[in-house]
Design a protein around this ligand. Sequence first.
Ligand code: ADP
Length: 260
Amino acid sequence: YDADYLHVYTYKETTLISDAFNQMLGRLKKLDDSRQEFVSNVSHELKTPLTSMKVLSDSLLSQEEVPVELYREFMGDLSEEIERENKIINDLLSLVKMDKTAAAMNIQSENINELIEKILKRLQPLASEANVEVVYESFRPVTAEVDEVKLSLAISNLVENAIKYNRENGWVHVSLNADHKYVYIEVADSGIGIPETETEHIFERFYRVDKSHSREIGGTGLGLSIARNAVVMHRGAIKVFSQPGEGTTFSVRIPINYAG
Ligand code: ADP
């Protein structure tokens, strides 16, 4: 053997190489697991309303004469399931769209006060229906370089949740502030709150606190992952503080200049 070509690895080197290799394998496996989990969650979530629709329509079809009240009740239930399916698909599309355009952020200088006011106006009917008062407080005019569609999606989801998970005659307080570097947006509510053990999970796709209760309120478990994606894509940060039974505050921080 020519000694120049033959490098005999020391025991230490071999261990280092195999450690690095195992680490890489572990990471790849984790990524693959989370993809598989996502796909199986999506399939499950999409199938649930479909199964209900099938049961409802089959049981109507199997009856010779259906009293009109029963017919109405079933059609009402069917309509609700369709609405739920629609919401899941829309949320999924928002997520997928965001993944795809991760590289292509559509950044423009935007008036953030106007952006928030527009969102609150759109959500006012939801708030009125829930008997929740939404108050907006802006500490200064703020202009920042953002992707309007994505940031709006993030804020809408936070405000929508603050209304949904509130109490009768509750309030939502939205505030906007800025310094020379960052925009600060806070969405605080007087709602049901989130137990501390759950706060680390709520940003996961499809995760919902207390399934049975959330089920009543309605949602897909995708809103907060959409919100976090959108904020992270602005190189921002999102945090949650909550006191069960008292309320929850989400705070978002986004750089004023996208390029840094
Ligand atoms: P959903 O479609 O269920 O609202 P999200 O991803 O937006 O999904 O939120 C995940 C879960 O976090 C919700 O199901 C709810 O349990 C909890 N949550 C989110 N926002 C609030 C809030 N403002 N107050 C209390 N719980 C909240």
